[in-house]
Design a protein around this ligand. Sequence first.
Ligand SMILES: Nc1ncnc2c1ncn2[C@@H]1O[C@H](COP(=O)(O)OP(=O)(O)O)[C@@H](O)[C@H]1O
Ligand SMILES: [Mg+2]
Length: 382
Amino acid sequence: MRDPLTPILPGAVVGVLGSGQLGRMFAIAARQLGYRVHTFSPETDTPTGQVADVEITAPYDDLDAIRDFAQNVHVLTFEFENVPALAVDAAAEFAPVRPSGSVLHIAQHRLREKSFLEGKGFPVAPFRAVNSLDELRAAIEQIGCPAILKTAVSGYDGKGQVKLINPADAEAAFTATGSQETILEAFIDFELEFSIVAARGYDGAFAHWGLIENTHRNHILDLSFAPARVSQSTSIKALEIARNLLETLDVVGVLCIEFFLSRDQRIFINELAPRPHNSGHLTINAALTSQFEQQLRAVCGLPLGATNFLAAAAMTNLLGDLWQGGEPNWAAVAGFPDVKLHLYGKDQVRPGRKMGHLTALAPTANAAVERVLDARKRLTNR
Ligand SMILES: Nc1ncnc2c1ncn2[C@@H]1O[C@H](COP(=O)(O)OP(=O)(O)O)[C@@H](O)[C@H]1O
Ligand SMILES: [Mg+2]
């Protein structure tokens, strides 16, 4: 049994480790409910810092700075899963960290994550740990090709991943991933990808926004829409997996599970993100409670909010590439009354960098997708 619940109420200070757009949207939700927000990261004038009450700038391995930060907040969460475990442990001496460091520990290492999932009976693609070229060759013999070699740590947006079409690609692939600790996964010829953004409250309550369908471009999320185009039985199965997984991990907070649906309708978990997720951004405008407010409610020990959708929705990312011909045409997008613009306050534009997103609501997911892509196209119509 847990300790009797003492909720952390509005007016309290929530600390966020990390300072990107996820922290920014979390901070906006927290401030709406009257909380104060402190953010910690090695950078200044960050997406989160711009909307937080206090922005602390120090490296994550400065444990004195981390302890100092934790002493000035009532509860801590993170918006980025690569916060070093030592930093989380140091912070936890002074304030509760939710979700706990053990969830973070599993999710920040692909091999640990996949082994944990497999060990608990959750469906994952066949995989092998690979620490040398010889191990890679042996793994290819067992798993076959095509396959994907991924670095065990610090991968995001497809970074640190190489696809192997045939066994002769082994050496080049191992070199390309930096000859470090990696994992070889069977390639899933998927029909579609979807995610479940789910939340578990301090009291064990479970909430979710159903299945969100995702498409990637250059390994970066391009488009998310809800509801996903899957059968009811797939939806029921996947939600059952999500509920069990959050329970098994004893998560307090929001956790996103990325899935593949194979052409023969089998479900595989691709990876976990122990925090709000890019594919859940559409919940800000489309659902009664957003993933960010839900994260806040969970980590503060408040009851979870209702996740009903107000309409079908689609979200598309705005990457730095859109700035190539100059400032995007914001006025044109403002001309779409059913489309909401979100910008993250990043002044350094780089191709592939997530600068913002657009969300459209419509009677059907298809219609929402059409609207949001139309609006994005207009951004480069200068
Ligand atoms: N085993 C796989 N089979 C097929 N496609 C994959 C596989 N692993 C990754 N991908 C593709 O690459 C994308 C990014 O991979 P992912 O493991 O989610 O890494 P990241 O941490 O970069 O999001 C996936 O969303 C999917 O489109
Ligand atoms: Mg992913």
